[in-house]
Design a protein around this ligand. Structure first.
Ligand SMILES: [Zn+2]
Length: 129
């Protein structure tokens, strides 16, 4: 969208084709501006972590969720991600949908222990830093 302003007082004018003195200051000088509206997408990934200091969970995180946009290496663009790691209830959920096609490209809902397969719930006594 193209707009015309008076170059002296910045009054917005509508006399593009048939230029008249600015009604505000009488100037014939003009300043043309073109608004370029790009599609701006905001990609955010909300990462929630619930720590239980007295727990034996990995990094003391009992519950973790990620909701938002995540980069897909397969598709080389952003996809919608919902991921839940619930160590207290042994639940792993991962759902990926393609925002362009609304296609569900991944839908996992299984016990966390089955997902990791390495017993990540085992006690960890090492003290990070
Ligand atoms: Zn003016």
């Amino acid at each position: 969208m193209e707009k015309t302003y008076c170059n002296s007082c910045n009054q917005e004018l509508t006399d593009r084709k048939d230029r008249q003195p600015c009604p505000n200051c009488g100037s014939m000088s003009r300043n043309f501006q073109i608004d370029i509206q790009d599609t701006i997408e905001i990609h955010d990934l909300l990462n929630l972590k619930h720590k239980v200091p007295a727990s034996n969970f990995k990094n003391k995180i009992a519950y973790e969720s990620k909701i938002g946009s995540d980069y897909s290496r397969d598709k080389k663009r952003m996809v919608n991600l919902v991921q839940v790691i619930d160590r207290e209830n042994d639940v792993y959920i991962k759902k990926i949908t393609d925002p362009l096609t609304n296609e569900i490209t991944r839908d996992v809902h299984e016990p966390l222990t089955k997902h990791t397969g390495r017993g990540s719930a085992k006690p960890k006594n090492s003290n990070p830093n």
